[in-house]
Design a binder for this molecule. Structure first.
Ligand SMILES: CC(C)(COP(=O)(O)OP(=O)(O)OC[C@H]1O[C@@H](n2cnc3c(N)ncnc32)[C@H](O)[C@@H]1OP(=O)(O)O)[C@@H](O)C(=O)NCCC(=O)NCCS
Length: 175
């Protein structure tokens, strides 16, 4: 039996955002072991296809179920090449929904993060009525900070969502 078609969330001029499925495990394993992901986001200990399927089940897929949004797969519309993930996250450690993104190195610097981030914010506002969306990032993550500023988020304060972690920069946008 063929797997059910993936749920498409929205489209931009160049990109399609769709729900992650267990079939995306290979891509997720690659992305979560990218050196910049490990440096700026952290080690999710995804070392096998089964680890990646568990990450998808417990993270993004559980969030679609609970919140109606989550981190989505970003693929180019000219074909179905996955380039990254982007979307909205509701964390226990933050009072507001936050926007997040990560792209494979070969697909960075082409404006995809801004294009997908804008679509995620629009979706959150229109479909879920979100008024305030935040983002957290390492203070030295220059590409992430530039991307957030291009998306209209502004630095508000330093936060420490997890006591064991370093202080992170909190950005926010309100509409
Ligand atoms: C953060 C990330 C998603 C940005 O992706 P990207 O593809 O470079 O983003 P875009 O091409 O849309 O560029 C966004 C802006 O940031 C700028 N930028 C990107 N990388 C930069 C860098 N290393 N130094 C300075 N500016 C940078 C771009 O030039 C662009 O601004 P411009 O249009 O004025 O030139 C990407 O670097 C990434 O996946 N990093 C690893 C995961 C990560 O850190 N995620 C964020 C966690 S908070």
């Amino acid at each position: 039996m063929n797997p059910a078609p993936a749920v498409i969330v929205c489209e931009t001029p160049r990109l399609r955002l769709r729900q992650l499925t267990l079939g995306d495990a290979g891509f997720i394993q690659q992305l979560l072991n990218d050196p910049d992901w490990l440096r700026y986001i952290g080690d999710r200990k995804v070392h096998s296809a089964e680890d990646a399927r568990n990450y998808i089940r417990k993270g993004p897929a559980a969030s679609y179920e609970k919140n109606g949004f989550g981190l989505w797969l970003v693929e180019r519309k000219d074909g179905t090449v996955p380039v990254g993930i982007c979307g909205l996250i509701r964390r226990d450690t933050l009072p507001d929904v936050d926007v997040g993104f990560a792209f494979l190195p070969e697909f960075r610097g082409q404006g995809y993060a801004v294009e997908a981030g804008r679509a995620s914010l629009d979706y959150g506002r229109k479909v879920h009525g979100l008024k305030r969306v935040v983002a957290i990032t390492s203070p030295d993550n220059v590409s992430s900070i530039k991307t957030l500023e291009k998306l209209g988020l502004r630095f508000e304060k330093m936060v420490r969502p997890n006591p064991a972690d370093i202080e992170l920069k909190l950005f926010a946008t309100e509409s």
